[in-house]
Write a protein that binds this ligand. Structure first.
Ligand code: CA
Ligand code: CA
Length: 567
């Protein structure tokens, strides 16, 4: 305070960081549970909150504090951020600041898109959230721009065009601010883009670096594609995590394109991989590929949760963990990219196992057949994955991950090569058929899993799989939601359903919890997801209205406090 006054007196402008969020604020986000400044509720992406005043004893009394309509019928997939009593939330065309206690709108910024945008973009008319740093909110746009908004006013501070949607690119990802650099990835593997990550100057929006996920001629991995193949895919559409001590960003890479593998033999690096990069330069320090030559759209983009675990011999290990679409739960040494564990968390028949020595999957006979000369087979999991992108949570006190697992397979069949021979960026890059197969009584489960052993501590089956993220709290609760609209709280030790609330449309985003004036709240988005509706054929869903509403819950107070004292 004294220093600030002195500086003001001598006419020195305070650095902007004094009014915004500093690098240290972001680094300490998980340890300051009142506010949520980062995607993943902390750089580690654990989605674990130390708040416990909403807990197993009182969660039954959770009631809505307010609901705010985003007036969005395309789906709310974003994770909200909370800072100083203001909630910031995005959809594909809007960013809004809402008073966290009253639900009243403070400002709204609407993105004007060229009219063709929503018609031509790949993979969902959605947005997954924002990043906050230095008094600004950073987000991506469907037409592949990255923009910075003033946190106080919502006014645009800068805008940088990253790519061209007519070439198949779009952006839905929440950016990550690491070491002062705004990092964003692209969608569009299904439209034949060449994926990349890009770093932007937080103050000016200037592009600082771009790292392509698919190597150019002369770069390592170029030979993992046939000489004349299209070399497409490798999108980067889910936010990575950051370890400030190792100064490494961990970011997943999507599928090769087209899905049909017969014209792209080889590992197709660096698709379906995780990259560990330096945030200042985009330099790749190590990488690991989960699904070489992926024919099944397993991507590799899901969450990379940072944690410190003890391995089977009791040795402390610095790890990153991912529940991959391919049905394996990966635990990797985050200092060097070496595989520690890869356990199946749903029915998997595309691979028998992952070889811990080589780090490579051992393909089943039917996968080998499809990769060598195309064909058809019943494959588990389906293109929807053993889990989809919605992030799992990790409870460091229990050592468990909480996963919304999807238990469906597909009757996969490659189409003849001439169907995929002349694709160009912007075309749909599939070349396969994949009708889903499932047990209508059980298409998914919420599971509590030991990531090192794969042991399932408990599981709760669902008729319709969940596409929501999970949140776990020191109150012993796992919070998530259903496609049929229910927000739910489960006992983190037993899986017992402790509370639920029916919202009018599906839960597709990630719930968060926060605290203001000593009271804990839970905020969740309800809004049907355009992209996933096609995968789910539950007749109940056809009657669920499209939504787009942010809900905030607090404990019901039976005896409202009256201000009887003199002040
Ligand atoms: Ca925090
Ligand atoms: Ca994909």
């Amino acid at each position: 305070m004294l220093r600030a006054s002195l500086l003001a007196l001598i006419g020195v402008a305070l650095p902007l960081t004094a009014f915004g969020q500093t690098a240290d604020d972001l680094k300490n986000d998980a340890k300051t549970p009142g506010d949520v400044l980062t995607y993943g509720m902390g750089y580690s992406g654990q989605r674990y909150s130390e708040l416990s005043s909403i807990n197993r004893d009182n969660v039954k009394r959770l009631v809505p504090a307010w609901a705010y309509s985003m007036a969005d019928n395309r789906g709310l997939e974003a994770q909200p951020l909370v800072k100083d009593g203001v909630i910031y939330i995005t959809d594909h065309e809007k960013t809004v600041a809402i008073d966290a206690l009253s639900g009243k709108e403070i400002w709204k910024n609407v993105i004007e898109y060229p009219p063709e945008t929503t018609r031509i973009v790949c993979c969902g008319i959605v947005n997954r959230g924002a990043a906050m740093y230095d008094g600004k909110l950073y987000r991506t746009t469907l037409d592949a721009n990255v923009i910075a908004l003033d946190l106080k006013t919502g006014k645009e501070v800068w805008r940088t065009k990253s790519s061209d949607p007519s070439e198949g690119y779009s952006m839905t990802v929440a950016p990550l601010v690491a070491d002062g650099v705004v990092i964003a990835g692209v969608s569009g593997a299904e439209f034949g883009v060449r994926g990349y990550l890009e770093g932007f100057d937080a103050q000016t929006g200037k592009s600082l670096w771009r790292t392509y996920t698919i190597p150019a001629q002369g770069e390592p991995g170029y030979d993992s594609w046939p000489a004349n193949s299209t070399r497409a895919g490798g999108s980067t559409w889910v936010t990575g995590t950051y370890d400030p001590e190792l100064n490494l960003v961990y970011w997943g890479v999507g599928n090769p394109a087209p899905w049909n593998p017969i014209l792209r033999k080889g590992d197709n690096l660096n698709t379906n991989s995780v990259l560990a990069l330096r945030p200042k330069t985009g330099e790749v320090v190590w990488k690991y590929q989960m699904s070489p030559n992926d024919p099944f759209d397993y991507d590799g983009v899901n969450e990379w949760i940072i944690a410190d675990l003890k391995d089977a011999s009791g040795n402390p290990r610095k790890v990153v963990m991912q529940g991959n679409r391919n049905g394996f739960l990966y635990v990797i040494d985050r200092t060097n990219g070496k595989l520690i564990a890869a356990n199946k968390f749903v029915d998997v028949n595309w691979a028998d196992k992952v070889d811990l020595t080589t780090g490579r999957p051992v393909w089943s006979a039917q996968t080998k057949d499809i990769i060598e000369h195309g064909g058809k087979a019943r494959i588990f999991p389906s293109v929807t994955g053993g889990k989809n992108w919605a992030p799992m949570a990790f409870d460091p006190t229990r050592g468990l991950v909480y996963v919304n697992a999807i238990e469906m397979g597909m009757d996969y069949e490659t189409l003849p090569a001439d169907k995929i021979a002349n694709l160009k960026p912007g075309d749909p890059f599939f070349g396969v058929k994949f009708p889903l197969v499932f047990d209508p009584e059980k298409r998914g489960s919420l599971k509590a899993i030991n990531p090192l052993t794969g042991e399932v501590k408990w599981q709760v089956p669902f008729k319709t799989p969940n596409f929501a993220g999970t949140l776990v709290t020191a109150g012993g609760l796992v919070i998530t939601g259903q496609m049929t609209g229910e927000v739910m709280a489960f006992d983190a030790d037993t899986g017992k359903l402790m509370w639920e609330f029916q919202t009018p449309s599906s839960i597709n985003g990630s719930p968060i919890t926060w605290e203001k004036d000593g009271k804990q709240y839970i905020t969740v988005n309800s809004g049907i997801g355009g992209v996933y509706a096609m995968h789910v054929e539950d007749p109940r869903l056809t009657h669920v209205p499209a939504g787009g509403t942010v809900w905030t819950f607090k404990l019901f107070e039976e005896f409202p406090q009256r201000s009887a004292s003199s002040n």
